[in-house]
Design a protein around this ligand. Sequence first.
Ligand code: CP3
Length: 338
Amino acid sequence: MLRAARRQPVPFTPVWLMRQAGRYLPEYRAMRERYGFLELCRNPEAATEVTLQPVSRLGVDAAILFADILLLLEPLGVGLEFARGEGPVIRHPIRSEADVARLEPIDVEDSVGFVFETVRRVRQALPPTVPLIGFAGAPFTVASYLVEGGPSRDYLATKRLMYEAPEAWHRLLELLAAATARYLNGQIAAGAQLVQLFDSWVGVLAPDDYRAFVQPHTRAVIQKLTPGVPVIHFGTGTAALLPLMRAAGGDVIGLDWRVDLDTAWDAVGHDVGVQGNLDPAVLLARPAAIRERVKAILDRAGGRPGHVFNLGHGVLQETPVEHVQALVDIVHDLSDRR
Ligand code: CP3
């Protein structure tokens, strides 16, 4: 059930969950029986249905577009695939200065227009009180897939390019930043009311390297976005980077569970909001344990406006759907009583 009538101004802490549309949901798995992952993303009717699934089942306070941060790379002809059980694979990674030199600018409108069509359809289908969140990967995290060819533990190929060929690195990130800003502005024009920039893996960097190799490009993306649309800027493992991420931009800074929410909020400043930060693994435990940990996070937020409840990273595939439901109800219940 939607709790839309209770919103505006938000009398409780709003909650939505990263990867709330995903494999822990039986109705998503049923869609995946019929479509490959990329096929699902490219089909606006099916992608709309998947976007709406967690909203109608769980009563979360926002919808997040069903798409992927790597869709933007398809037009580069790098051989993007989502192999079953393997996660994303890029068959022809970008490893050298010569590889970077060969890249053509990305024609966003032409190549990911299907995402804008999904946004239009979702916005029409959602009740007016439920906001739609658009998203993209931040330049560093998208570049890391492009260079590594898939997920990585230590990002050595990425760091090597960054240290050894800084000019090529900056050219690559400029190309990604320009496309990302157009991609997000296209989602906004189509009806997304907030956007989240995922810099999921940026926590592998030293603060000085973030400053030199990442911050200018993330800032360039955020500065180009349509004014007036709130931006959530998220990363994991970012305890030492939070003030730098905040300086790069964003109205809300996304936190993972490796930080205390209150000290992290002090670090980014109370003139921005924070989102987070329950460990997704807590959802494997019974609702009584979930409740205790939700309460601890709400206590650290102290009832201040500007806290969006979320997990510190995406819902894990093995999570029982009843526990996700319990989480949403617990957040609403506990934050209502303040
Ligand atoms: O949050 C949502 O419900 C919206 C949909 C969404 C997806 N990907 C769908 C998806 C969002 C917001 C993303 C973002 C994304 N994609 C990120 C940033 C967020 C994060 O988790 O750090 C990243 C790094 C990616 C790249 C990506 N796509 C990976 C690493 C994987 C494999 C993940 C896994 O668990 O196997 C994907 C595939 C993917 N994207 C799935 C979904 C639902 C699973 C694909 C499937 O159905 O097989």
